[in-house]
Design a protein around this ligand. Structure first.
Ligand code: HEC
Ligand code: HEC
Length: 207
């Protein structure tokens, strides 16, 4: 009898532990495919070491889901999408997309890093205020005043690698990347000079 009670109590305690851990706010479990595949380029925590590979940490989950789908159906077709991400996305089962997106979204964003003061100052001006004479809107309007993004549509840019940001702006400008709704980013990038792209990329890198 005593033994049975002890056993029941220990099972109960076990259950409480299980339930507790399942509901505890904390790091989301790393999906297997992230460990085996994605981490090689994007980092296990979504902070990449290579400037051509974007950070995914703290990126909005709906944006990540959209990009993975756009790679899968070849709607996002800039050169690095075609040469790398089409093949990677093809290995992601449809029922795992949300889990992967939630995992990266829950990771701590890459910390900002310093860039040339002159570029940063020029970039900040464009980011915060746009360029009225060119009818260029402020990036802030959609990407947020600290570039953390505004889910579901507008991605985080804070701390992103300059090389990657510039490559995307060039790809929007040449329309190689054309998966932006209503051609929003193609229209904006078309107004940006190479120098302005460098500046704004430097600014968001510092955030
Ligand atoms: C061999 C390196 C490599 C691997 C492995 C890789 N990626 Fe990528 N990933 C890239 C590159 C390069 C880009 C930029 C593509 C472009 O410019 O269009 C990218 C872009 C992305 C983006 C878009 C990010 C944004 O800000 O728009 C997502 C989402 C993504 N990868 C998810 C994944 C997932 C999930 C996996 C694992 C299944 C994975 N990647 C594996 C190299 C890689
Ligand atoms: C009117 C809203 C709007 C404004 C203003 C705007 N963006 Fe965007 N931007 C978007 C949307 C929407 C996307 C996501 C496109 C998609 O779904 O693929 C995006 C995507 C991007 C990306 C790609 C991010 C990634 O991870 O691949 C970059 C880089 C970018 N914007 C930079 C800028 C810069 C720099 C400015 C200011 C000069 C700017 N944006 C102004 C709406 C906007």
């Amino acid at each position: 009898m005593v033994r049975a009670v002890r056993k029941a109590m220990s099972m109960g305690a076990g259950l409480v532990l299980l339930v507790g851990s399942a509901y505890a706010a904390g790091p989301v479990k790393v999906p297997t495919i992230v460990t085996t595949t994605c981490s090689a380029c994007h980092g296990l925590n979504g902070v990449s070491m290579v400037p051509t590979f974007p950070n995914l940490a703290a990126q909005g989950a709906p944006y990540l889901v959209k990009q993975i789908r756009d790679f899968q159906n070849h709607k996002r077709a800039d050169p690095l999408a075609q040469s790398i991400m089409w093949a990677m996305a093809a290995t992601i089962p449809k029922n795992k997309i949300h889990e992967i997106a939630d995992y990266f979204a829950s990771q701590k964003g890459a910390p900002g890093s310093p860039e040339s003061a002159q570029l940063v100052a020029a970039g900040r001006k464009i980011y915060m205020g746009g360029v009225a004479t060119d009818h260029l809107p402020a990036c802030m309007a959609c990407h947020g005043s600290t570039a953390r993004g505004l889910p579901p549509l507008f991605p985080r840019l804070a701390g992103q690698h300059m090389t990657y940001v510039i490559a995307q702006l060039q790809a929007f400008k040449t329309k190689q990347r054309s998966n932006d709704p209503l051609a929003i980013m193609r229209t904006i990038a078309a107004k940006l000079s190479t120098k302005q792209m460098d500046a704004v990329a430097a600014y968001v890198r510092t955030l």
